[in-house]
Write a protein that binds this ligand. Structure first.
Ligand code: ADP
Length: 944
């Protein structure tokens, strides 16, 4: 885990927590401000008329509404006009008011519109008056009937013991209060003994009308001493008429109803009327009922407000004062309300501020917690980092120590190699000289001379390798010195290059040499070392260039320098490898398996000793160009002239690709051995050793080996493991997988002594394994054993036709021969699957064509997918019979089987097994089994 990853995740958590804290705070703030935002109720009030009583009701409604901050009220008076009131109600309904409070002008006229509004679902509260249906939500009115009763009783008490002659001036006829006030009054009057109702006339609630009515009624009933007016206004109108009739206040008592301060009570206080009964206004009741309905709270559907006591001269003043005080208070309400609103606003602001503060505080707390967390985490990370650093330091120390040990080991190893190389040099010199002398001695056979040459060449190779190794060690230890002499560059290089001409020719490589540009250019160099440089580069060029390629050597003269360039058309070097090829022991992946990887390292070392440079330019598949540039040093005076100094020690000793085809006139009785080996000397040695017992042919690599094996079908293959182009393991697999060559025993030769390599060899089908260096006698014994083994298998296989005649071809694939046949000389011998299948296929073909005298070897070979000669050699190798003899023998065996079955005549049997003449069949039969068919039959099948 990295620190930055930790930081990022912490930042995410921080942001998330902060957001949620702010969200919570916002929600809290909303919650508080949300308290104020409740639904506002809109109440519509339709008044039938406009008079002081109604004005008082309206005032009370408004006052109550003010006490609730979610109530709006709209009041419309209809001025005693039905049409106007109907229009008002309809408009209220259209404007979606929440509730309708209505005092209907006239019951019959207003009932339909109130019904329809009620039916739309709008709550309707009827007050003061009735409607002619039950379609209302609540009904509230003052007790008009009770009022009538109260007025009658009060009048009686005031008039007693006088007789009461009464004129009644009623409200509008057809309006329910007028009706009820009348009924209550006369009910009570009927019960009073000295009271007479003189007249009852419709004053229509209007004082002018009352005035006119009183005027005319007084003319008719001059004895009247008491007037009952259904409202105070009409009472005042009556008083005016009374006064005009010249009557005093005490002559006729007037009692009104309503008792509003402005009209009725004032009139009482002024002595205009004698008493008034307060008709309850109770506007607040209407608003509260409406709110109860709207909020779904309980309410009284039919509410009757009881009458109050009379207001007369004894209490009128008091009542007026109270009313004035109430009005004053009422006037204060809006102001109080404003204050309240102010306070509420302030409260809301403060609540919001508080919520904000809490939110900020919460956020701060969260931040603080996160900060603490992150600090802790940071400290933990730091601690971990510290621990890791400490670990790393320990690791580094360990690595340093390991590196030191490695260096020490390498140094010791190098020392060991150097010492060994030194030790090898003396015996090598002691071998080299006698070998050289012996190889020049007279009286050697060709074979002996060949062997001595091989020895001589390889001693030189060994000496070169050792020298190279020692030189490189010296260079690494700064102990390599230059042994300078003055020579002509072009001439020297030219001659060194010429010595490769022969090797190039043998490899079919064109070697172009052009040193013209530096002929006569004198340079001071260590000739031996420069020669090694050119030698190494040319050897590589030839080694890594296939046949038919070209190697070009040119020299060039520059400003104060000379250069030699060696270009080839070989395999090239991959870009990523070029850097490393000058490192000691470095070898490009997949290059030929031989080589030490030290040549270019030495080359570079020598060039650098001359203060020169070496460059390489290469393209895979196209070739490489190596260019060596060395300065022409001007200290020639010191250097001895050595114009004769030409290479003597370094004549190229190469490893040639040599193919040795079948020698003309070879001994056909000798088994044929194929040697697959890339080292020319090893090839020569093997050829020489084997040629006493075998005819030897050679191939330089695996792919040539496979080609020659399937061409010649040798009896034995000796194959090296490490080879260019195709290695021995691949070669062996291919040979064992191909029908023509699958039966040939393969002996692998290798320098690797590891068991693993041996296992690999056997896994690829090798029959035997021999390590280099080997003793030639052991080699010959191994080869002989392999052939003997093969013979034993052959002998076992030879039994096959006798045992499995016609049915043989139907053997399942991969079936092994019967154990008795496969075992010989106590060791398990069995055919390869591929050979077993081949042999069974062959038997099948023969069985099917047995009756055909024309069954030819050509047909059989073709049927098995082999050339005639491959087929012949393969059958011979497997059975030691020629195909012709084998087929004949199979015919004989089948003939014998048929004779033994005894169902066919001898000539029928002869034809059945492909003979055209029974006599010839009889002859062949006798040759094969030592008795004629007739004798055989007589012996085998007892005559009946
Ligand atoms: P080696 O003994 O393997 O040839 P060298 O030091 O001479 O060692 O060469 C190092 C490697 O560089 C070789 O293994 C080979 O793969 C590569 N190399 C050198 N010269 C050439 C060339 N002319 N063409 C292709 N590859 C080359």
């Amino acid at each position: 885990m990295s620190i930055s990853a930790g930081k990022t995740s912490m930042r995410h958590t921080l942001r998330r927590t902060l957001l949620s804290a702010l969200g919570a705070a916002a929600a809290a703030a909303l919650l508080c401000t949300g308290c104020a935002e409740r639904k506002t109720y809109r109440i519509a009030v339709s008044q039938c008329s406009q008079d002081p009583w109604r004005e008082k009701v309206n005032q009370e409604i408004r006052r109550e509404a003010m006490l609730h901050d979610n109530v709006e009220v709209e009041i419309r008076p209809a001025y005693d006009n039905n049409e106007r009131q109907i229009a008002d109600i309809r408009d209220f309904a259209a404007q979606d008011f929440d509730v309708l409070i209505v005092a209907p002008n006239q019951m019959e006229a207003l009932t339909p519109v109130i019904d329809s509004v009620y039916k739309t679902g709008m709550p309707v509260i009827v007050f003061d008056r009735d409607i002619a249906s039950d379609n209302y939500t609540a009904h509230i009115e003052g007790d008009n009937h009770g009022l009538g009763v109260a007025v009658a009783r009060y009048a009686a008490s005031r008039m007693a013991p006088r007789h009461m002659n009464i004129i009644e001036i009623t409200g509008l006829g057809g309006s329910s209060p007028a009706q009820k006030r009348h009924e209550g009054f006369i009910e009570e009057v009927d019960r009073i003994p000295n009271a007479t109702l003189l007249a009852s006339a419709d004053g229509r609630w209007a004082w002018e009308r009352a005035y006119e009515l009183t005027d005319s009624l007084l003319r008719v009933y001059p004895q009247a001493n008491m007037i009952y007016a259904h409202n105070d206004g009409m009472g005042i109108g009556a008083r005016k008429a009374i006064r005009e009739h010249g009557l005093g206040e005490s002559d006729i008592m007037i009692i009104g109803i309503d008792g509003t301060p402005e009209e009725g009570i004032q009139a009482v206080a002024d002595g205009v009327i004698d008493a008034t009964f307060m008709y309850p206004t109770d506007g607040w009741r209407l608003v509260r009922a409406a709110l109860a309905v709207l909020r779904g709270e309980p309410f009284d559907r039919n509410e009757l407000i009881p009458p109050t006591s009379a207001v007369d001269s004894t209490n009128a003043d008091l009542m007026l004062q109270q009313a004035a005080a109430l009005n004053a208070e009422t006037d204060n309400i809006p102001m109080l309300r404003d204050r309240l609103d102010d306070v509420r606003d302030r409260h809301a602001t403060q609540t919001r501020a508080l919520a904000g503060t809490i939110a900020v505080l919460l956020g701060g707390l969260v931040l603080l917690a996160l900060l603490v967390l992150s600090l802790r985490k940071g400290r933990k990370l730091q601690r971990e980092l510290g621990e890791r650093n400490a670990q790393l330091t320990v690791e580094q120390e360990k690595q340093k120590e390991l590196y030191r040990q490695l260096e020490e080991a390498t140094r010791s190893k190098m020392m060991f190699y150097t010492n060994i190389s030194h030790d090898l040099r003396t015996p090598l010199t002691l071998i080299a000289d006698p070998v050289e002398q012996v190889s020049r001695a007279k009286g050697l056979t060709d074979e002996q001379r060949g062997l001595m040459k091989i020895a001589d060449r390889n001693v030189k190779i060994l000496r070169r390798l050792i020298n190279q190794l020692l030189d490189f060690r010296k260079y690494e230890n700064d102990k390599l010195e230059l042994n300078k002499s003055r020579v002509s560059f072009g001439e020297c290089v030219g001659e060194w290059a010429e010595s490769f001409a022969e090797a190039a020719k043998r490899r079919h490589i064109t070697l172009d040499i052009d040193t013209g540009a530096t002929r006569g250019t004198e340079v001071v160099i260590d000739v031996e070392k420069m020669e090694r440089v050119v030698f190494n580069l040319l050897s590589n060029a030839l080694k890594y260039t296939p046949a038919n390629g070209t190697v070009t050597l040119t020299t060039a003269k520059g400003d104060g320098s000379v250069a030699v360039q060696i270009a080839d058309t070989g395999q090239g070097i991959a870009k990523d490898e070029i850097e490393s090829i000058f490192d000691r022991y470095y070898r490009v992946r997949g290059t030929a398996p031989y080589g030490s990887g030290i040549g270019l390292a030495v080359t570079k070392a020598f060039v650098e000793l001359h203060n020169g440079t070496i460059e390489v330019d290469s393209t895979v598949g196209k070739g490489s160009v190596f260019r060596v540039t060395i300065p022409v040093v001007d200290d020639q005076a010191e250097a001895p002239v050595d114009s004769n100094r030409i290479a003597t020690t370094l004549a190229p000793v190469d490893e040639l690709d040599v193919v040795t085809e079948l020698p003309v006139g070879h001994d056909p009785h000798k088994p044929l051995a194929l040697v697959v080996e890339d080292n020319r000397d090893m090839q020569s040695l093997l050829s020489t050793v084997l040629s006493r017992d075998y005819t030897v042919i050679c191939a330089p690599n695996g792919s040539q080996g496979v080609r020659m094996a399937s061409k010649h079908i040798p009896d034995l293959i000796i194959c090296d493991v490490l080879m260019p182009v195709m290695n021995g393991l691949e070669c062996c697999s291919l040979l064992k997988g191909e029908l023509p060559t699958s039966h040939i025993p393969v002996l692998m030769l290798t320098a690797c002594t590891l068991d693993e390599q041996r296992v690999q060899g056997y896994a690829h089908g090798a029959d035997s394994y021999l390590e280099k260096p080997f003793n030639t006698d052991v080699l010959l014994t191994r080869c002989r054993n392999l052939l003997d083994n093969r013979k034993r298998i052959r002998d076992a296989v030879r039994q096959l036709p006798a045992e499995t005649p016609a049915s043989a071809g139907r053997k399942p694939r991969g079936a092994k021969p019967a154990p008795g046949q496969a075992l010989a000389a106590g060791m398990p011998v069995q055919l390869q699957d591929i050979d077993n299948d081949f042999y069974n296929a062959f038997l099948g073909l023969v069985a099917r064509g047995l009756g055909d005298p024309e069954l030819s070897i050509e047909r059989l070979a073709e049927g098995l997918g082999l050339s005639q000669s491959q087929f012949t050699r393969k059958i011979k190798a497997l059975t030691n019979y020629t195909p012709v003899a084998l087929v004949r023998m199979l015919r004989m065996h089948e003939g014998r089987r048929l004779l033994r079955a005894g169902q066919a005549s001898i000539s029928e049997v002869a034809y059945a097994v492909g003979f055209t003449s029974p006599a010839y069949f009889a002859k062949c039969f006798q040759d094969a089994f030592g008795q004629t068919p007739t004798e055989f039959r007589n012996m085998e099948v007892p005559q009946q």
